[in-house]
Design a protein around this ligand. Structure first.
Ligand code: KIV
Length: 276
């Protein structure tokens, strides 16, 4: 069996500036993870705006307890596979743990994922000074950057687990300051994970770049989920911020289409998927 998107009606390819236009127009952005060509083709066919090859693949594909063991080789392999399944959906790929250890490694990782594997942008976690420098260096080389703040999974040991961030006033102010800093460094997009809805709303209105939430409330400019979570096939307990869109539906295609529709209409996330 091979992946054939020839039968999928053509649509205009999504671009990084196109996402900013969507924010300006108040149109919600739909993002889903994908790790292989077959799921990528489903994401493409459903008209999802952005596919993310997340290093969550370390947990949901490789079975690790965190994203930390994922290598650049792993990211390049899965990014190449997903790129083959896409046409109009924009592809973003994660810089894996420690790809930010110094600028040459960061640039090399971006060259592999964007130059060779076919991503249009890379995602990088955090807002430490060296991350801000890395964002600026990537953007200066015409590599679009998606920042990632809040519950950044690569900091799991520092956080003491996958814990909601920004609950206290001081912590919330810090995440807001980080969002403004990554924007100033040149980030094109921001994934905001695991923060109270009120903070998601504050950050989304404070920055011009699109904010894609995951457990960050309904006010973000878009929503992203791990595809296996929203199909209800991730082993263990479903995360509170996710929803099983396959339940009661007949196919993966219908589940992804329902997710896209609910994000665009604002029906997802509902209060039960959000944090105070
Ligand atoms: O790795 C990943 O899949 C992610 C999403 C959860 C945003 O970073």
């Amino acid at each position: 069996m091979y992946v054939d998107n020839a039968s999928v009606p053509a649509r205009k390819p999504m671009t990084v500036p196109g996402l900013r236009t969507m924010k300006a127009q108040g149109r919600k952005i739909v993002m889903l993870t994908a790790y292989d060509a077959s799921f990528a083709a489903q994401v493409e066919a459903a008209g999802v705006d952005v596919a993310l090859v997340g290093d969550s693949l370390g947990m949901v594909v490789q079975g690790h307890r965190s994203t930390l063991p994922v290598t650049l080789e792993d990211m390049a392999y899965h990014t190449r596979a997903v790129a083959r399944g896409l046409h109009a959906t924009l592809l973003i790929s994660d810089l894996p743990f420690m790809a930010d250890r110094d600028l040459p490694h960061t640039l090399e990782a971006a060259a592999r994922l964007v130059g060779e594997a076919g991503a249009a942008a890379v995602k990088i976690e955090g807002a430490a000074p060296h991350i801000l420098d890395a964002i600026a260096a990537l953007v200066a080389r015409a590599v679009p950057v998606c920042a990632h703040l809040g519950l950044t999974p690569q900091s799991v040991h520092k956080f003491g687990g996958f814990r909601i961030q920004g609950r206290e006033q001081e912590a919330a102010d810090r995440v807001l300051a980080q969002a403004l800093a990554v924007q100033s460094a040149g980030a094109d997009l921001l994934v905001l994970e695991g923060v109270p809805s009120a903070l998601g709303e504050r950050i989304t209105s404070a920055v011009d770049i699109p904010v894609i939430g995951i457990g960050a409330g309904p006010h973000c400019d878009g929503q992203v989920l791990v595809i296996y979570d929203m199909l209800g096939i991730t082993p263990g307990k479903r995360p509170k911020f996710s929803k099983d869109f396959l339940a009661g539906r007949g196919s993966v295609a219908q589940a992804i289409a329902a997710f896209a529709e609910d994000v665009r209409s604002g029906a997802f996330p509902a209060p039960e998927h959000c944090f105070d």
